[in-house]
Ligand binder design. Structure first.
Ligand code: ACM
Length: 677
């Protein structure tokens, strides 16, 4: 044995077992229990799958899709094409053993166990939903090395923490067609989410065909609505992925689009047109007319036939009461019936609607405004205004789901959503009260998204909310979450999601098909302004405003800025030269970028609004370079230099084009450290 071979042999002896014990876990959500083995299961074209036991067709479909995804990633030509009940089981390397077909309903068993050894993979589940969840785990386990593709040996026992793990998609403020919904359902399934909350009616659009009242969609949608055949297609598609579909028909407020064709439902005479702007509007249904309930009985009866899930969402949010207050008939009705205020009037309305839903075998879900002592406790309260509403409803005996803190349209970092727990470990609720909290939902409100940008506002951040709702409460290591989120984000692309690829495409359009390199360096450290600031900076967005500017291309969370700011923090902690080199390298890139970007900006009028911010990034980088050099040399800064640096920081901190430079914070830290010297 020559010396190299000896070293290689020693390396294998020492390092390989170590490696086997510290697999990079790229699972999201993290399973309940996981024990790594030391070997690997090698994936070859011989790989086949068989399903044993009793399963709904969806498990065969899911197994077939898993096979296609493995084939797509690896380029392996598997002999097996479709997995059916006829697929041979004795020789199959992946055996799926399922006890019974599932019903896609609240509380269905989704547990599974997955055992990978060197020769075979066993996926066992009670219901086929567990099989679906386990297949997604298996797909996330795939790795590669010099010998090819493999699954690491592992034993996983897994089940969700919460039974309700949802994503709301608003298709009203901006129309989002069938293919957008389908690819997002695939994304949800990949991270084990199981409720698609379909926000179908709004001030800005009535997005579902009604055969009973066709004027609703014909006049309320600009022609952008889902036919009932498409709705069935979505329900089937979701069901095939173990996802419940809960439609929301928002009432009595947020209902302007209903009144375009049916002004007689409203509390003020109209006429009405589709609302093009955002916010809380005055139009509201008239809860004092019997006609309203006759109409809603027929409409909800039609919808109850269409949607199989036991739950139906009636909205109930943000009724400002303006038209109720102004309507003499409604005021008289309230007096005659001892209804003290608008909240009580809405509770009266909700109870009438509840009777209708109950008649059609449905249970009610609504936003936290429906919480009222006049409401029975067998309804589900969705808390959006604050976690205290979830606590309050659980204490009063209601079931609840959390959305406050999961508003992904507010463009907050993944970390913020990730640490937001429906039942935090320090919760003061009793065990019985805790058990009423069913889970949560991320909400993709659509004021500022289009089919082109919506995926990037949903993914990858929604994956960390999915983990919060599935994984044990103790799983909350933020750094590890970000590491895994990056891996999962990339995998989500294979489902057709556009959150990564549309970035380059949008930048290309912004440059008019010039080189996007310099623009990317710049936009990589930008984020859209947070919360609802985008509506408060001098631009009035409407339903048909362009969503193609830099702010729309910029990602909700800049990973470059995060890494840069972290390197600054480490450098300030221990003066590490490696971190200094990282931040100096970034400063040089940003300093040089402006000259190159400027020629692109000059040639692309859509980019003009960003010129001064690009200049500010270069100035910021120059200041940062000087600050780092001073700190490294252990020198002090002149007072006049510090004054100037503060001016640069303040300038760079001002949003432009509704975006913010996310690296200002790191440079500010450097300046503060110098100022303290
Ligand atoms: C809501 O965000 N108005 C439920």
């Amino acid at each position: 044995m020559n010396r190299n071979a000896i070293y290689r042999f020693l390396f294998c002896l020492l390092v390989v077992p170590l490696y086997a014990l510290t697999q990079p876990v790229n699972l999201m959500p993290m399973p309940q229990q996981l024990t790594w083995g030391e070997g690997t299961f090698r994936l070859t074209s011989e790989f086949t799958i068989a399903v044993e036991g009793e399963a709904a067709p969806r498990l065969y479909h899911a197994a077939t899709r898993a096979l296609r995804r493995l084939s797509g990633r690896t380029g392996l030509f598997f002999a097996q094409d479709f997995i059916t009940q006829e697929s041979k089981s004795d020789t199959s390397q992946l055996q799926i053993i399922c006890e019974r077909p599932a019903t896609v309903a609240l509380g269905e068993d989704e547990s599974y166990s997955l055992t990978v050894d060197a020769k075979s993979i066993l996926l066992a589940c009670k219901s086929d939903l567990g099989g679906l969840r386990g297949l997604e785990t298996m797909l996330q386990l795939l790795q590669s090395d010099e010998a090819g593709y493999f699954f690491p040996e592992v034993i996983i026992e897994d089940a969700p923490r919460f039974p309700w793990r949802g994503l709301l998609i608003d298709v009203c403020r901006h129309w989002l067609p069938l293919e957008v919904i389908k690819r997002n359902l695939d994304g949800m399934a990949a991270v084990k989410m199981n409720v698609f909350h379909w926000h179908l009616t709004e001030d800005q659009g009535f997005r579902i065909e009604s055969k009973v009242f066709p004027r609703l969609h014909e006049l309320g949608s600009d022609g952008f609505y889902f036919t009932q055949a498409q709705v069935r297609e979505i329900i089937d598609y979701a069901g095939d992925r173990g996802i419940r579909v809960i439609p929301e028909f928002d009432m009595p407020g947020h209902a302007t689009s209903w009144f375009v064709g049916h002004p007689e439902l409203a509390s003020a005479p109209g006429p009405y047109t589709i609302e093009r702007r955002w916010g809380v509007k005055d139009p509201v249904m008239d809860p004092t007319k019997e006609y309203t309930y006759e109409f809603l009985d027929k409409f909800l009866g039609e919808m109850a036939q269409l949607f199989p899930d036991e739950y139906m969402h009636i909205g109930g949010d943000e009724n400002n009461g303006v038209h109720w207050n102004a309507n003499a008939g409604i005021q008289k009705y309230m007096k005659e019936h001892n209804i003290p205020d608008n909240h009580a009037l809405q509770a009266y309305f909700n109870n009438r609607i509840l009777n209708i839903l109950t008649k059609y075998g449905k249970k009610m879900v609504g936003w936290d405004e429906i919480l009222h002592d006049e409401m029975p406790t067998d309804i589900v309260i969705q808390s959006w205004r604050g976690p205290e509403f979830l606590v309050r409803s659980a204490r009063k005996g209601y079931m609840g789901i959390l959305s406050n803190g999961y508003y992904i349209d507010l463009i907050q970092p993944a970390e913020f959503h990730y640490l937001n727990d429906p039942v935090p470990s320090d919760s003061a609720l009793t065990d019985v009260e805790k058990s009423r909290i069913l889970g949560g939902e991320a909400t993709s409100w659509a004021e500022l998204v289009t089919p082109e940008t919506v995926d990037s506002r949903i993914w990858p951040r929604t994956a960390c909310i999915a983990e919060r709702l599935w994984s044990p409460v103790e799983v909350r290591d933020v750094e590890d979450m970000y590491r895994r989120l990056d891996a999962i984000s990339f995998q989500l692309e294979e489902l057709g999601l556009t959150h990564i690829k549309n970035y380059d495409m949008m930048l290309r359009r912004l440059t008019g098909n010039r080189d996007i390199g310099a623009l990317k360096v710049f936009v990589d450290v930008l984020e859209p302004v947070k919360k609802y600031q985008r509506h408060r900076q001098g631009i009035t967005y409407t339903q048909y405003s362009p969503m193609t500017r830099v702010v729309d291309a910029a990602r909700p969370e800049s990973m470059t800025a995060r890494q840069f700011n972290q390197a600054v923090a480490r450098f300030l902690m221990d003066g590490n030269a490696k971190d200094a080199a990282i931040i100096m390298r970034w400063f040089k890139i940003w300093q040089d970028n402006h000259a190159e970007l400027l020629s692109i900006i000059k040639a692309s009028p859509i980019l003009w609004e960003m010129e001064s911010l690009s200049q500010d990034l270069a100035d910021l980088a120059g200041t940062g370079l000087e600050a780092t050099a001073l700190l490294q040399a252990g020198k002090k800064a002149e007072q006049s230099w510090l004054e100037n640096a503060k001016i640069v920081i303040a300038g760079a901190g001002k949003p432009r084009g509704q975006t913010e430079l996310m690296v200002v914070a790191g440079v500010e830290q450097l300046i503060m450290a110098l100022a303290e010297k």
